[in-house]
Design a protein around this ligand. Sequence first.
Ligand code: GCV
Length: 607
Amino acid sequence: MKAWLSRLQDLDFSPASPEELAKFELGSALPSLSVRLEADPAMGEGYRIRREPDGGTVISGGSSGILYGAYALIRSSLSGVSLPEDYASAPRYSLRMIDCWDNADGSVERGYSGRSLFFDGGRLRYDPSRMRELGRLMASVGLNVLCINNVNVHFPAQLLLEDYLPEAAALADLFRPFGVRLMFSVDFSQPMRHGIPTADPMDPAVQAWWKETAARVWKAIPDLAGFLVKADSEGRPGPFTYGRNHADGANMLADAVRPFGGIVIWRCFVYNCRQDWRDTKTDRPMAAWDNYAFLDGQFAENVILQIKHGPFDFQVREPLSPLLLGMKHTNLALELQLAQEYTGHQIDIYTMIPMWHELFDELPTENIMSVAAVSNLGNDANYTGHPLAAVNFFTYGLLAWDPSVDAASAVTSWVKMTYGFAPDQEQALSSLLLSSRGIYEKYTAPLGICWMVTPHDHYGPNPDGYEYDLWGTYHKANRDAVGIDRTAAGTGYILQYPEWMQRKYGDPATCPDLYLLFFHRLPYTFRMQDGRTMIQRIYDDHFEGFAETQAMAETVRTLPFPSPDREIILERMDRQLRNAKEWCDIINTFFFRLSGIPDGHGRKIYD
Ligand code: GCV
């Protein structure tokens, strides 16, 4: 299976360079087109495609630029979206990353599409032809960095920097012609495996160990992109153990990798995961800011702080993380999650690009210097479990290249490339995908409240499942009111935002409805902007969300998906229907039992 590249010829050899691959792709996908490739190393990853008076086409660019130009031409031809006569493009961000949460034992943390493509039984073990397909899928949408192992570095993944290095170097060789560089997640305490009694970043022995290690690693893989680090988060080791801050930790690693052009990607997902639900002072969304904002300007130039898009954890609706707006003197990366951890496990249809555009509506593109997304891939034949989840990988690549890419045309291009449908069917599938996020949001946790999901597994409803837990994830629904007051009068979270955002979200009368319960604690009878009471809006959204899922299922059944996609899609659609019904009934019942307020339209809510 080659996902959206299924109309291309099999790649049954290992190309030596991006140019060779570009020639192969153009020759097989567009045989009637006369295309000349013109190397212009100064253009780097950028490319220019121009028509010559004689009818030929010239693609100029740096080595991978030529390859991206070739794929742009192929995408344009397969999706029928023509390019201007003279078209130039360059990526907005130089690092466009896929972060895999694959463990050495072959399991994938939050993976919903089979086992790891890279590891099995504690070793690097992969199918080279699938690696080529993956490289091709990445290059075809402009993605250029692949972090192959989980940020939770469980043993023996540490051996990537040690015994497994020769095999890792062979893997890097496989990806190089696709313009893809590898990255490794590293364990901050790794020096302690080697007789050093500490991982303190200020300790000379620790510093020396990382320097020697970096030298050895980059000798084996000279173009390794860098190290990715999850430190002091959810039980991972980090600088806090030694009374150091995260600039101390990140800068120490940055010193070690700098001579080789390496980057340290340092994640900001740091919060108190042992909170007491009775503690009303600690508000988890505030944690990243509290841990990092004061360090602005103190990180080395080859450190990038990677920040999840929202202050919680990839919920269906969260405001933009304030850290992405507040750290003006630090290199930042936006972290998205293609894996549908909280958004339907690649069983429910959930197309993300509308959500990403909402983020960029508030996030100036220049605030960040790179983008990363947690992978939704596994060794299922179709890579993404649900065939329609591939649209998220495809559109993520286009967005990482150019955040202003049009959502509808990106989704439609994917539909056209993947399925040769008639125009009305193509239109039906595109609009179904584009509306899927809104539908999922309606039948799950309401109005930005988050965390009403089944604990740990994160599929299906459990409105009180996280309420008395230690993760800082509370909604505090009682018989009168629901939500957390995060205004200045409440936890003060809102004060982490620039003033214009404080104004936008701070007053419940003007706060956009879908964010209402993220920022405010309100009575069920609160009047929404559309005149409905909040409780009525909750009931309406849930009934509508389920009805819209039923309509979605009807459409899905009429579409002529080829086998085996059709069987997989229909089976998952049935599961989604059951899930939507469960969410609708449980959430409505939960709020009805608490509030005692009946549905204004007399629909069935269980007592
Ligand atoms: C890789 C959430 C997920 C964890 C994940 C973590 C992270 O807590 O549930 O599985 O761990 O985020 O992003 O580090």
